[in-house]
Design a protein around this ligand. Structure first.
Ligand code: ADP
Ligand code: ZN
Length: 745
């Protein structure tokens, strides 16, 4: 009898990536009898503190003196680990965005997996009768404004509210709710996490249409590459209503027929029962991952995917990290959406990471949009992506007729009343409402008026903590800072010159709603924005009522701009096309064009013809013109010209460095030191350092610089020269590195 091969010795040491901005991994010892594999989540002691991390490598020995190596404290999941390709993706994310491996891994894991076994979540609920609580909101608002805000939010939510959500929504710490508990107004309760699934709407089942010629061509091209098992990126440029979803569904069929899995990314905002219904009706094995999911539900979906019980993941940005096996396809729908960029560390872009994951796992990537970004269309033109086009609306819908309404031509009285609804728009609304059709009014600004101004001295009410003016919210009777959530009561008089009363300047959705109700008293009007959607389930309720035609006019912010497909909407009014046009950002025109085009795309999706009225003070602006003429190509041509001259993407790659400190000097000095090694780099240009557009937020002074690199090599050199957050930040000055920034404010 021969000796059996001896088993390799069990790993005695592991390398752990910690969720901290540190550019290296740490060695820990594996206690006897414990099984650890790469991809396992572990808890370890780091400088006396229990810290979570992920095992990235195992070894039998270590070079360190064994006595100095601490043991792993616990392994959080033993039966299932993070798949190997996701570890590789995390490495690439860290390299691309200048974060640590631990931070990248942390962004990829559902939080329940980080805290396994914890099934009860802290909530707060009302402990006092509703009317007393409402009274307390008023009494607290002067002296204890955060407490007042917290209590009001719980009241509005109308159910026990997870404390994490409460803190996020009110931008507060634990202390306000804790004090309210002490005073007997709120009570903390541990509740089992509720399974809040995004239920597919059965009336949204996607009918399996006979594909038209363009759709068929697109499906064939992609399915061919899927069958070949290769990686390639396609850009599907299809006008609004051209049936992109049906194309995705057919490609999915091809992927599933091979037994492979797929991930479909959609912007959070269009992740509605409508979207889910379209996918779920055709694929029974869909896992839906959206931000409203409780941790428990997210964790359950993650397990289903890991075990292969679900093969198609549909979700927002982070669904890209769904642990599916044998990935064949990633769809990024509405690839131009800025919500695919995460706005906290790690600041990754899901589109870029999708392509990286496709490369690692030999999967096909399909980017879809009616208004592809200049970066994507640029790559398609250079042959980096393969371009597919759907030039016409599918089925019965036709592209809407678009009218540009020059607001300069409106009589002065119309403007003085505050709300500008042009005669053209009013006449059309009347007509459509009479015909029992539905109307969408779009205005990308919430609240009643964005500024409260003294007509005598011109002083506006500013936030005490930020350098922005406060928005007047009439229903709440409050001025609100949209940057830090600080609120205050409307001053009786101007604090500067004592003149009274203050003047409401500009229009928000709340003011628009009031004006429409006054003008059309018979119509049922609803508003959809962050303020009216505070109650749980409100989003689904309003869209459901709109579908059933219980609502005639729906007013909203970008929440209503995309994805909605309602056949009886025959009129869309863009109340102001200009809100984003003067934002100091090189993408102002691109964003305006995209938004106008998307909003316009909501009209005329059924058999009835649609009309869009775009109100503007800048009718000659090229973004407005191109949107009005449905002319993506000419917009791209002009915009590329502008980008080339000014040296912005796609002709340069950007890195933004932001420094924030209580002492302005500190932020300034830090950047002035950081910019030095960049000055002499070839093919690199630096704008700043300079104060950020919003120079102060929450008492922190903000300075930034924008690094432009004109070649991949110079970008890498610039990243290296800047260094890491770990190198730059100090105890009192926070630093943010943002690669391909989506906001420059
Ligand atoms: P997009 O996502 O491109 O804006 P959708 O996928 O929402 O467009 O499709 C618009 C409408 O056209 C939907 O109501 C869809 O059911 C319908 N549709 C899609 N493909 C076809 C087709 N080949 N024939 C008829 N109708 C179609
Ligand atoms: Zn503020």
């Amino acid at each position: 009898m021969t000796d059996p091969e001896p088993d390799p010795p069990p790993p005695a040491y592991v390398q752990v990536a910690l969720n901290l901005p540190l550019r290296r991994e740490f060695t820990y010892a594996v206690p006897a009898g414990v099984v650890v594999r790469p991809g396992n989540r572990v808890r370890v002691n780091f400088h006396g503190r229990a810290t979570g991390g992920v095992v990235v490598a195992v070894a039998a020995t270590t070079d360190l003196p064994p006595a100095r190596v601490k043991p792993v404290e616990s392994v959080l999941d033993d039966e299932s680990t993070m798949p190997q390709p996701l570890l590789e993706l995390a490495r690439r994310m860290a390299a691309t965005y200048g974060c640590s491996l631990g931070e990248a891994l942390d962004a990829m894991l559902p939080s329940v997996a980080k805290r396994r076994g914890q099934r009860l979540l802290p909530h707060v609920e009302l402990a006092a009768p509703r009317d007393l609580a409402a009274q307390a909101v008023l009494e607290l608002e002067d002296k204890h404004q955060e407490r007042s805000r917290v209590l009001r939010t719980v009241l509005e939510f109308g159910a026990p509210m997870p404390i994490l959500d409460l803190r996020r929504r009110t931008n507060t710490s634990d202390s306000p709710w804790q004090t309210l508990c002490k005073h007997g107004v709120l009570r903390k309760v541990m509740l089992a996490e509720e399974l809040e699934e995004l239920v597919p709407a059965p009336e949204e089942a996607a009918f399996r249409h006979q594909l038209n010629e363009h759709q068929q061509k697109a499906v064939d091209a992609v399915a061919g590459v899927v069958r070949a098992g290769a990686h390639r990126t396609f850009l599907l440029h299809g006008v609004t209503g051209s049936g992109k979803t049906e194309v995705y569904l057919r490609i999915l069929e091809a992927v599933r027929a091979l037994g492979r899995s797929a991930i479909v990314l959609v912007p959070e905002i269009s992740l509605t029962p409508q979207t889910v219904g379209r996918f779920a009706s055709r694929f029974p094995d869909v896992a839906v991952l959206h931000s409203g999911l409780t941790d428990a539900e997210r964790g359950r979906q993650w397990q289903r995917l890991l075990q292969g019980k679900a093969k198609v993941a549909v979700g927002a940005r982070s669904a890209l990290f769904a642990p599916v096996q044998d990935l064949g396809l990633i769809v990024v729908d509405e690839e131009h959406e800025s919500s695919f960029k995460q706005d906290s560390t790690p600041r990754y872009h899901a589109r870029e990471m999708a392509i990286q994951r496709g490369e690692i796992e030999k999967a096909v990537v399909v980017l879809g949009s009616a208004t592809p970004t200049l970066e994507s269309i640029g790559k398609a033109k250079r042959g980096v992506y393969e371009l597919l086009t759907l030039p016409q609306r599918a089925g019965a819908g036709r592209l809407p007729k678009i009218v540009v309404q020059d607001l300069r031509a409106e009589p002065k009285e119309a403007r003085r009343a505050g709300v500008v609804l042009s005669r053209t728009l009013l006449v059309m609304m009347e007509e459509r409402l009479k015909a029992r059709d539905q109307v969408l009014l779009f205005l990308n600004r919430r609240g009643f008026a964005p500024v409260l101004l003294c007509p005598s001295c011109g002083e506006a009410v500013k936030c005490e903590h930020c350098s922005v003016s406060m928005t007047w919210h009439a229903r709440q009777g409050r001025l609100v800072c949209h940057w830090c959530c600080h609120e205050k009561r409307r001053p009786e008089k101007c604090a500067t010159c004592q003149h009274a009363p203050m003047h409401e300047l500009g229009v928000g959705t709340e003011r628009l709603e009031a004006a429409v109700k006054e003008r059309f008293p018979e119509a049922i009007v609803a508003r959809m924005d962050a303020d009216t959607m505070a109650e749980r389930g409100a989003h689904e309720r309003v869209l459901g009522a709109f579908r059933k035609k219980h609502i005639d006019v729906l007013i909203g912010t970008q929440m209503i701009a995309k994805g909605l497909d309602f056949p009886d909407v025959t009129l869309v009014g863009v109340v102001s096309a200009d809100t984003g046009l003067f934002v100091p950002d090189y993408r102002a025109a691109e964003r305006t064009f995209q938004l106008l085009h998307q909003v316009a795309g909501r009209a005329g999706r059924g058999e009835k013809a649609g009309t869009v009225v775009i109100q503007t003070f800048c009718p000659d602006n090229y973004a407005v013109q191109a949107a009005a003429n449905n002319d993506y190509a000419s917009f791209v041509q002009q915009e590329l010209q502008f980008r080339k001259v000014t040296g912005y993407p796609p002709f340069a790659r950007l890195l933004r460095v932001l420094a924030e400190a209580r002492q302005e000097r500190e932020a300034q000095d830090l950047l002035q030191a950081a910019v030095k090694p960049l000055r002499d780099l070839p093919d690199v240009e630096v704008l700043g350092p300079a104060p950020a557009v919003i120079a102060r937020v929450k008492e922190q002074w903000r300075w930034h610089m924008l690094v432009k690199a004109f070649t991949p090599a110079s970008f890498a050199a610039a990243m290296a020269a800047v260094g890491t957050v770990e190198d730059l930040a100090t105890r009192t000055c926070r630093v943010t590195l943002d690669v391909d920034p989506s906001s420059l404010m």
